[in-house]
Design a protein around this ligand. Sequence first.
Ligand code: HEC
Length: 163
Amino acid sequence: MKTTLTLALGLAMTTAVWAAADPHADPHAGHHADNPPGAAPAAREPVRFPPALKAETLANMRDHLLAIQEITAHLADKQFDAAADVAETRLGISSLQRHGAHEVAKYMPAGMRQTGHAMHQAASRFAVAAQEAGATGDVGPALRALSQMQGSCVACHAGYELK
Ligand code: HEC
């Protein structure tokens, strides 16, 4: 219970930090339940990518989600090095080449680019925290780092949509 609460708080705080740092992010976008009935949905900034790049980006996104699923399973199995490896190679700084980040970055508004960069950095920080969990046996800091990384997924989705 305590872990769940801490995670929820961590995520909320991370999101709040990103919302504050990003002028385009709508701080209420993740809380539709708070909106009165009939209120207009929060607007996200539309971003135009060439069609092939959009398809490739969405495929990458689905792999991001798959990577998080794999990481969660590795953590449950106490396979900390495997969790770190998935994070670093599929989401972290080392994944930038694989994602053709250089090519997509030029189509992104500055705030979106920063959020993407923050995600890669947070994933690499998680990878280090996961390796440390292997040494200390305490998975808390790794889960917190994972939650912070997921905070950038949430922040970017709240702020932008692909056209
Ligand atoms: C820099 C911005 C950004 C970050 C960071 C980001 N995404 Fe996305 N993602 C998008 C955008 C934009 C879309 C398209 C949403 C739309 O147009 O409605 C998207 C779509 C998706 C989709 C739907 C794919 C499809 O087939 O339609 C998934 C799943 C997804 N993201 C997962 C993730 C996960 C998991 C993370 C974090 C590990 C993440 N994303 C981080 C911008 C981002």
